[in-house]
Design a protein around this ligand. Structure first.
Ligand code: 8YV
Length: 323
């Protein structure tokens, strides 16, 4: 049997690229630069499978490729809001993602951000590196205690639940969750979590709010100025989900006027472009989308895409089919 042709849009861990090359006719984007919608369209005409990442905009323009040779998009990552679902369906594409394997590492980054912003770690490091540290004093960079506080989690899927485990069992935090569908009582019981009916119920009860919902049009600006106003003064907002979930202009205002205690972001609207106003906010921690950036998670994500491809090309329904 002729091996199917597979185009990988960014460089992947070497071990996964090597395994892909064994099973498929592999084509790599050796320059590792994000492709334009036009270039994506070209790949769809030429390869049986395309393996994109969050840096590829697979919008209606990029997916306007009638008669495309591609039959499957094996997305490298759990979030797939960069893929226009209607256009993918129109082209008859199967789309898969990589859940589970990055949940722990992404929750670790959310917890890292939570601790950093509460304990002013970013401010401290900036001060020290700038040569501005004059020495210990009782009133220096006083932060907020984390242990025993209430964490509100928006989106109680796999990553949200991992975050709850860390916060509840590691830091004795009380967990309040909002989720579109009802969470099974035994799942809530694992972290003694309480599910509330609306985001507006969750915000005023939480000392920390962590976002773990999908991105995309339906959740765009879920956190807007009205909802930032519902947060407790002094509360902290953490985002490891997708940048568009927060109205960044409203967040900049809330941080500048100290309506909330601070925020910590791993994802940005239109990343890697950063809204200039964010850079002016001292009570903000920012990381460059590191949620799944461990050797273990990135290799496991790649092998999970491989499993999905193998299923697809052997006529089985891929386990992580989302479209
Ligand atoms: C990935 C992520 O690295 O999986 C996701 O949804 O946000 C990241 O951790 C990225 O999406 C790669 O495509």
């Amino acid at each position: 049997m002729i091996k199917p042709s597979v185009f990988v849009t960014r460089r992947w861990p070497a071990a996964v690229e090597a395994k892909l090359a064994e099973n498929y006719n592999l084509y790599l984007n050796t320059g590792d630069k994000p492709l334009s919608p036009g270039e994506i369209r070209e790949t769809l005409k030429r390869y049986d499978a395309v393996l994109p990442t969050v840096t590829d905009t697979l919008n209606a323009e990029a997916l306007d490729a009638p008669g495309a040779q591609t039959r499957i998009l094996g997305n490298y990552g759990v979030g797939y809001s960069h893929i226009c679902a209607a256009s993918a369906r129109n082209l008859g594409l199967t789309v898969t993602n990589t859940p589970d394997v990055l949940s722990e590492c992404t929750a670790d980054i959310a917890m890292t951000l939570l601790l950093m912003v509460a304990r002013r770690a970013g401010e401290g490091e900036r001060e020290l590196r700038a040569g501005g540290w004059t020495g210990w004093r009782p009133t220096h960079l006083i932060g907020t205690k984390v242990s025993g506080k209430t964490l509100g989690i928006i989106g109680y899927g796999r990553i949200g639940q991992e975050m709850a485990r860390r916060a509840h069992h590691g830091f004795g935090m009380d967990i309040v969750v909002y989720n579109r569908s009802k969470i099974a009582p035994e799942v809530l019981a694992q972290c003694n979590a309480t599910q509330v009916d609306t985001i507006d119920d969750l915000l005023p009860q939480s000392d920390f709010v962590s976002l773990h919902c999908p991105g995309g049009a339906e959740n765009r600006h879920l956190i807007n100025s009205r909802r930032l106003d519902l947060m407790r003064p002094g509360a902290f907002l953490i985002n490891t989900a997708r940048g568009e979930v927060i109205d960044e202009f409203a967040l900049i205002q809330a941080l500048q006027y100290e309506l909330i205690g601070g925020a910590a972001l791993d994802v940005f609207d239109g990343e890697p472009r950063i809204s200039p106003g964010l850079l002016q906010c001292d009570n903000l921690v920012m990381l460059p989308h590191l949620g799944s950036a461990t050797r273990e998670a990135r290799e496991a994500m790649g092998f999970r895409v491989l499993d999905n491809l193998d299923d697809f090309f052997h006529g089985r329904d891929p386990r992580d089919r989302v479209i």
